[in-house]
Design a protein. Structure first.
Length: 147
């Protein structure tokens, strides 16, 4: 009888742990996705409000056709950030942002230009890691993708 009670209690405990873990995982996925999206929504909106400053910064970095690249950055950052918030097409958005960050990181954040740029370089690598996690595991239950 004691073994039977132990097995029932153990099964019940494991089921409860699964439910709690699933809730915690889905809440963590939502909060993490929102935190990753925040920098892109803010950055894209900032580029719209300060378009000439953005294009000047890009030109100073030696980029050609800065108007086109600035518009592309706005689409990826603001559009991608909002899609991450909604959790719609999250894996594809994460992949696009990951690829977008490769040239952005290499062109604008050279670690050889001082500690500030090294911090931005490492920040971008961390964000890229977050995008890989979203790509691999999806947005969680609290999303339009609902996975």
């Amino acid at each position: 009888m004691q073994n039977c009670c132990y097995l029932i209690c153990r099964e019940s405990s494991q089921h409860w742990d699964y439910i709690v873990n699933a809730r915690v995982q889905n809440i963590a996925a939502l909060v993490g996705r929102l935190m990753l999206a925040a920098i892109f929504v803010f950055g894209g909106a900032s580029k719209i409000m300060n378009f000439s400053v953005t294009t000047s910064y890009m030109a100073k970095a030696g980029m050609p056709i800065v108007d086109l690249f600035a518009l592309g950055a706005i689409v990826v950052e603001l559009g991608g950030g909002l899609l991450l918030v909604a959790g719609w097409k999250t894996r594809w958005v994460a992949a696009v942002i990951f690829v977008f960050l490769i040239p952005v990181t290499l062109v604008f954040h050279s670690p050889g230009e001082g500690q500030g740029q090294m911090i931005h370089f490492m920040k971008n690598l961390s964000i890229m890691g977050g995008m890989l996690v979203l790509f691999a595991f999806g947005p969680g239950r609290f999303s339009l993708d609902r996975k």
